[in-house]
Design a binder for this molecule. Structure first.
Ligand SMILES: NC(=O)c1ccc[n+]([C@@H]2O[C@H](COP(=O)([O-])OP(=O)(O)OC[C@H]3O[C@@H](n4cnc5c(N)ncnc54)[C@H](O)[C@@H]3O)[C@@H](O)[C@H]2O)c1
Length: 171
């Protein structure tokens, strides 16, 4: 694992985005040494005052209104996508193309085909659905930081669909 902190941005400063930001900030107090070192470096939301308010609460210096600025940023390793579901696919695909590790809020997509299209461009590292979710997420983030592979962490449904697709059960 890299020595430096994983630099994280949150795209979407609404209800769930606030929970993500709080989670990153509290990672070490919740998980101790098992937690990777994480630095929250940017908050993006089309609603600038909302993004600025969240950034202020967590002493994050950078506020963006365009998610593209996060995709293009060289100083962002991992991104929480906490946007409305209609925005997930194109944002996740663009982030994956830029090599970002991605934590996409559930539901990952609006339809199974949309989820499969997303699964085609990212590695599915883990899922959010059972009691082991936190350990799985931490492992996935550590792996992403160690080898630079883009990963997306999302929900159990996406993983199940990916497994079915791998078995040839979904077309
Ligand atoms: N895990 C859960 O239990 C849970 C609970 C609530 C929401 N969610 C999920 O979290 C995601 C976000 O939900 P929410 O309740 O936080 O929504 P929200 O409406 O509170 O926040 C979404 C934010 O995205 C911003 N936004 C929308 N389009 C944008 C764009 N193109 N570029 C930049 N910013 C944009 C909006 O300004 C808004 O602030 C959804 O996928 C939702 O299903 C999950």
């Amino acid at each position: 694992m890299a020595d430096r902190a994983i630099r994280v941005a949150v795209i979407g400063a609404g209800m769930a985005g606030r929970a993500h930001a709080a989670g990153y900030r509290n990672l070490r107090s919740l998980y101790g040494d098992a937690a990777p070192r994480v630095k929250l470096v940017a908050i993006a939301d089309a609603n600038r005052p909302l993004a600025a308010d969240l950034a202020g609460k967590f002493e994050v210096e950078r506020v963006e209104t365009d998610w593209e600025a996060i995709a293009e940023a060289d100083d962002v390793d991992a991104v929480s996508v906490v946007l409305p579901n209609s925005e997930h696919r194109h944002v996740v695909e663009a982030l994956a193309a830029r090599g970002k590790a991605i934590l996409c809020e559930k539901p990952a997509a609006r339809t199974a085909p949309e989820a499969m299209a997303m699964a085609a461009v990212v590695g599915i590292a883990s899922s959010f659905a059972d009691g082991a979710e936190n350990a799985l997420v931490l492992d996935a983030v550590k792996r992403a930081a160690a080898d630079g592979t883009p990963v997306m962490i999302s929900d159990e449904r996406l993983r199940a669909e990916a497994e079915l697709a791998a078995e040839g059960a979904l077309r």
